[in-house]
Design a protein around this ligand. Structure first.
Ligand SMILES: [Zn+2]
Length: 129
């Protein structure tokens, strides 16, 4: 059963964060990263007190979404490794990735005319992500 971290002091009704008892933190890591200023204003409960769930918490606990994000960063990493020889010539990660895609893709004639962001976007879209 899920537990929720709720702010109970203050006028404004806030969202319910999903509380992870084992790591003693919210799913969105608000607790450990200092996003909550006065921890005594919060309680952990079994219900949301009718509040909406924090969007970030929801995303972090969605296994489908998580798997997709992990796959994307794995793909990105492996692509970046293959592109490491371009590293010295280009500064940002996105430029590197775009240059690599331009160099490796069969669609390089199309990619050459596209913006860097669009190339990366279209790469991930073509992989169904
Ligand atoms: Zn949250």
């Amino acid at each position: 059963m899920s537990k929720y971290l709720l702010k109970v002091v203050g006028k404004k009704q806030t969202v319910a964060h999903i509380w992870d008892g084992s790591s003693k933190d919210t799913a969105c890591r608000l607790w450990s990263t200092g996003g909550i200023h006065s921890k005594e204003n919060y309680v952990v409960r079994d219900d949301t007190m009718g509040r909406g769930i924090c969007q970030l918490c929801k995303h972090k606990t969605d296994p489908v979404l998580n798997e997709r994000q992990q796959q994307q960063s794995r793909d990105r990493r492996s692509l970046e490794i293959r592109c490491s020889e371009l590293e010295s010539k280009l500064d940002s990660t996105n430029s590197r990735l775009a240059a690599c895609l331009r160099a490796n893709s069969r669609r390089d004639d199309i990619f050459r005319k596209m913006e860097e962001d669009k190339i990366i976007e279209s790469y991930f879209r073509s992989k169904g992500q």
